[in-house]
Ligand binder design. Sequence first.
Ligand SMILES: *Cc1c(COP(=O)(O)O)cnc(C)c1O
Length: 373
Amino acid sequence: MTTSSTPAEARAGAILTIDLDAVAANYRLLSERVAPAECAAVLKADAYGLGMVQVAPALSAAGARTFFVAHLEEGITLRALLPEATIGILNGLMPGCAADYAQHRLAPVLNHAGAIAEWAAFCRQQQKRLPAFVHIDTGMNRLGLGPAEVAALIADPSPLGDLELLGYLSHLATADEVDSPLPGVQRDRFRSALDRLPPARASLANSSGIFRGAQFHFDLARPGCALYGINPTPETGNPMARTVRLDARVLQVRHIDSTGTVGYGATHPVSPGTRIATIAVGYADGYLRSLSGAGSVWFGEQEAPVIGRVSMDLITVDITRLPEGAVHPGTLAEVIGPHRTPDQVASEAGTIGYEILTSLGRRYARRHVGGPQ
Ligand SMILES: *Cc1c(COP(=O)(O)O)cnc(C)c1O
């Protein structure tokens, strides 16, 4: 790459700003909410797209001591950032890789009887009790010990004696649905398993679970999305601070002087007098193609709807209603920010805020602001 005196932010099509102080404030809010239980932090998928390298130290400085990621490789990266933390690997023990977990002091979440047996055997061989969590499935039917495996472990818990049991965990399927009876059913199933297993700490609540009340907190909560500003209580206002802002640059302004269409597929008719701004963000950047004809961006207080299809690198927005000259090449449009939260973009795209954040592109100029000094 050649050197240039122009700052990255001037050269980039879009600028992603991540507020680490807002992430830390969200952690403190959740932590106070679950006290006296401990509040862990879930950092999988590069801290939900915000950047684990920057987010992990910010959360650690805010007081987090226990972290969860999905993959072994994510755990190895996180261990280099946080030498003292407890790190759980939600996707579990990859067969044949026990030594890698031990080397990096990572605690696999043991999701099935075979994984418990493999970790216990590895511990015996090493003559060391190595840390692990045990996942009890109470209704997801995804990962975790099913009812028959739980019954077998209750009948013979001896493999647990070979390892350092950091705790049992379970995961809620409908924590964010205020009228769903399933969280209560799952909590009761979890309690009844805990009553009959060797004693250890317990962890049930994700972000939304935290807001269902103290009976869901147990000893350790595991929020992810709420740390990053996604609303954990979709039926009411969002108690979390906004963490992300995305501004994308206008490349060109078109004054339409004859009847035609805009973009691929010629899906959107335009008539003379229409003004269009073409902006440097597309589906390759995580601006989902389902936002075609559905999303909008903001210039200050003025909304400009996306017209036509989202392309790989570009969108087109209708600026006819904005004052002439208000938008020109180089103007920044708010794509995510105070006027459009990730949850709102998600609802326009027919998805959830989690997918908007974890899709955030690799081509943005990324700015992390705030955080530990
Ligand atoms: C992703 C995940 C979480 C965090 O969930 P949020 O809804 O993002 O708070 C907690 N526990 C498990 C097992 C997960 O997979």
